[in-house]
Design a protein around this ligand. Structure first.
Ligand SMILES: *Cc1c(COP(=O)(O)O)cnc(C)c1O
Length: 390
């Protein structure tokens, strides 16, 4: 008889699915209430025109045998790899053999574990992007959850030795980005312990502070210890198109790229050609300008949201170098109670912090990736509600 994988059988009660279920039940009970979501982690801006045009053209390439592209590009097309190295890693001297194109950072950040021994010691800091823990479990890797932070929510270096460390900067859900100082300490820990940092950097375009490194490779010697993951999802609205990339520096060890290439040939047939042509076009000057405008739009959303929450005495983190705000619950509520409060009193969806781990239970997450219209409406509702109270 078949036995199912326990990991899929044992479903938790603290997930995004529970948020949707609760919202659905509320809508059923109060069909006339207009709900605003500040919860979504998806983008609200469509893909910019030069990128869409490139994807149309890519479809035509596939219709002609002279330009047709099929199997064989397991690690990504050179045209995209070169465009990324030229535009994103200009002074970092990586070669085409150290960069991989894939179909999403969600899977990339856990697939990479296949490179390492099954007994490797892996850690991540909670509150976290839940995939590091749950996605790793799906491929039989157990991640140790740490939760020591300094007063600015920077992860404190563990005394123990870990082989692999998940880091996310700019951070989802906490909304901050790690400073040069913090990253230097981590790189030095990794060098000392011969560890590898798995650096989820999908929000790098949202950094506004000039002193915050956009890439971990801005830190000296990071090439010896870090694998950096990025995606076109959040900055270029590719959440539905699917295209991501990551760097595995040869400097980590001599054969690491040969190993990963073997793994890839056995487990992946490469990312979509059309998506890769679209991703390449995000670096055209005209597309770059439009994409920067979209990012500015989300950053302005974040500023507006931060301002209104602070006006009503909430303790707000983030929102400056990331599209997320991480906010302390009001009145000693826990995070599901806070979620209920916002849903019932203001008809606004926020994400309870416990979804990102137990350590998140005193907080909730607000996203600035929605439309300006919904942000302004949410602000108005908060003003109406709190002006009566104060
Ligand atoms: C959204 C998100 C991802 C997923 O990116 P995809 O490329 O769409 O799979 C990865 N990491 C973090 C922290 C995210 O918020």
């Amino acid at each position: 008889m078949v036995k199912f994988n326990d990991i899929y059988v044992l479903q938790g009660t603290n997930s995004f699915k529970n948020v949707s279920e609760k919202v659905k039940a509320f809508k059923k009970e109060y069909p006339n209430k207009k709900i605003i979501s500040l919860g979504i982690g998806d983008v609200s801006k469509p893909i910019v025109k030069p990128v869409v045009d490139a994807m149309h053209k890519a479809i035509n390439d596939l219709a002609d045998i002279k330009t047709f592209k099929g199997y064989g590009f397991y690690y990504g097309h050179d045209f995209l790899k070169q465009a990324i190295l030229d535009n994103e890693y200009k002074d970092k001297s990586f070669s085409l053999n150290e960069i991989y194109i894939s179909n999403g950072t969600k899977t990339d950040t856990t697939s990479i574990l296949e490179l390492f021994d099954i007994n490797s010691k892996i850690c991540a800091y909670e509150p976290l992007y839940p995939i590091y823990k749950d996605g790793s479990l799906c491929i039989n890797r157990k991640v140790t959850i740490l939760n020591n932070f300094d007063e600015n929510f920077n992860p404190i270096i563990p005394k123990e030795k870990y082989d692999l460390i998940y880091m996310c900067s700019p951070n989802n859900p906490i909304g901050i980005a790690y400073s040069k100082d913090v990253l230097e300490k981590w790189v030095s820990y990794a060098l000392k312990n011969k560890a590898i940092i798995l650096y989820d950097n999908v929000y790098h375009r949202f950094i506004t502070n000039k002193d915050v490194p956009k890439s971990i490779y801005d830190i000296k010697d990071a090439k010896k210890v870090a694998i950096e993951f990025r995606s076109f999802s959040k900055n270029a609205s590719f959440t539905g198109v699917r295209c991501s990339y990551f760097i595995i520096p040869n400097d980590i060890c001599k054969d690491i790229n040969d190993l990963w290439k073997l793994r890839t040939i056995n487990r992946f047939n490469g990312a979509d050609y059309i998506a890769q042509k679209g991703a390449e076009a995000t670096f055209l000057p005209k597309a770059k300008r439009l994409i920067s405008k979209n990012i500015k739009y989300y950053q302005d959303n974040a500023k507006l949201l931060k301002k209104v929450f602070e006006k009503y005495q909430f303790v707000v983190m983030g929102g400056i170098d990331s599209p997320f705000l991480w906010i302390k619950n009001p009145n000693n509520l826990n995070s599901w109670e806070t979620f209920e409060f916002f849903l019932k009193e203001l008809n606004i969806i926020v994400i309870p912090g416990i979804i990102f781990g137990n350590k998140g239970d005193n907080y909730f997450r607000v996203s600035a990736l929605g439309t300006r219209e919904s942000v302004l409406k949410a602000i108005k509702r908060m003003e109406n509600y709190y002006e009566k109270k104060f």
